[in-house]
Design a protein around this ligand. Structure first.
Ligand code: COS
Length: 383
């Protein structure tokens, strides 16, 4: 749903210019420094990027899902690490509070998340609970008006920068299933919370992950999301439904960027006396990439519109995540191939994207988890 086409066009134009003029020229720098420069983070805050999907009443832009994916198509056209720094405030870090939080929790955290004063992070994965999220072992034991949390969370995006964590922990030790899990808002300064060392990753330099360790960490009982125990797994799944659409839209943006760079290179690079773009074998790669990116864009828009209509898009979000992340992997591979030797050399930047996009097939649910979600829902629908 687009509420006001003119205002949205202004926003997407601004984002497109920001990406072109401020982010693209800094891609190499953030990869080398493994950090987003402070001045760029300030500009992102001024543009409202930390609050794209936070409701207007809490100071965000309150974008609908369709508006959000249209913005992500633009923001995706540069190194994914730029999106990552504000991505968790709009997506998995804040959505638990937006979807299931109490009015007090929303009022306490959302306004500061919208401005970027606070960074939110989503702490679900553990050393022994990744795809099988419901098997998580972190415990939260009630003790008076607090919970005492013990356990370790792993590969947590933006944990080194985070001010708050949306944490999933088991409040009922006798219930080993999803029903024993609750979601909490945990502030980074809570006693007993510490961080592991920053992980060395294959790509997405500038975006950071690390372990988050809870040792008798005391969290006020008022911070249980929604005020009820046992709802945390469902909160996490709803958050991921939305997050997966956002990631899919980012995949579309990166795909379009890589295709544009490939076409430009094919038009300029001369071999055998003519631009390589005139050779049909190069054309085939460009065409396959174009068709796949177009298909992904159409899927994401369709699913986003259905979500705005209030429909359950768990299946569609999984389809989008599976298709768009696999497609951008193929598109990045072809981009390297079209660039030939230059595609393998760091100076041209294509190899960096090739490594960066590999993550899209893994986080927020692997391709195999998306297949499982899609097929299970299909079987449920006919039952
Ligand atoms: N929205 C709302 N509720 C949902 C839901 C969704 N999208 N998906 C599942 N649920 C509910 C189910 O309805 C069920 O509730 P009831 O017990 O009341 O029926 C409960 O949650 C448990 O669901 P289910 O039995 O399907 O859970 P499973 O343990 O079998 O696992 C998968 C479900 C595999 C889909 C889940 O573990 C998953 O998504 N794993 C990947 C995790 C992930 O993405 N990790 C990345 C980390 S974040 S970067």
């Amino acid at each position: 749903m687009i509420r006001d086409q003119e205002i949205l066009d202004q926003l997407t134009d601004t984002l497109s210019r920001f990406v072109r003029e401020r982010l693209v020229p800094n891609e190499e720098r953030i990869a080398e420094d493994d950090a987003i420069p402070a001045e760029i983070v300030t500009e992102m805050k001024d543009l409202g990027l930390f609050g794209l999907s936070i409701p207007e009443e809490y100071g965000g832009l309150g974008l609908t899902m369709e508006e959000e994916v249209l913005c992500a198509f633009e923001i995706g056209q540069t190194s994914p690490a730029f999106r990552s720094i504000f991505g968790t405030n709009n997506g998995i870090g804040s959505q638990g509070i937006i979807i299931d939080g109490t009015p007090e929790q929303k009022a306490a955290y959302l306004p500061r998340l919208a401005t970027g004063e606070l960074i939110a992070s989503f702490a679900l994965t553990e050393p022994n609970a990744g795809s099988d999220a419901a098997s998580l072992r972190t415990t939260a034991r009630r003790d008076g008006d607090h919970y005492v949390i013990n356990g370790t969370k792993r590969f947590i995006t933006n944990a080194p920068e985070a001010s708050i964590f949306t944490l999933m922990a088991r409040t009922n030790p006798d219930d080993k299933s999803a029903g024993g899990i609750s979601a909490f808002i945990v502030e980074k300064d809570s006693p007993g919370l510490s961080l592991g060392k920053i992980d060395k990753k294959m790509g997405q330099k500038g975006a950071h992950t690390c372990d988050v360790i809870f040792e008798d960490c005391r969290v006020p009982a008022a911070n249980i999301i929604g005020g009820k125990e046992g709802q945390g797994f469902k909160t996490a799944m709803k958050v991921l439904d939305r997050g997966r659409l956002h990631i899919s839209a980012t995949c579309v943006g990166v795909s379009e960027r890589l295709i544009r760079d490939s076409v430009k290179y094919a038009a300029e690079r001369v071999q055998f006396g003519k631009p390589i773009g005139e050779f049909q074998l190069i054309q085939a790669m460009l065409a396959d990439s174009r068709a796949e990116a177009y298909a992904a864009r159409c899927m994401v828009l369709d699913a986003a519109r259905k979500k705005d209509e209030g429909r359950n898009v768990s299946t569609e979000a999984a389809c989008c995540k599976m298709f768009a992340s696999e497609a951008v992997g193929r598109i990045a591979d072809r981009a390297v191939q079209v660039h030939g030797g230059a595609g393998y050399i760091a100076d041209y930047g294509v190899e960096r994207f090739y490594r960066d996009v590999r993550l899209f097939r893994i986080y927020e649910g692997t391709t195999q988890i998306q297949q499982l979600v899609i097929a299970r829902n299909m079987l449920k629908d006919i039952a």
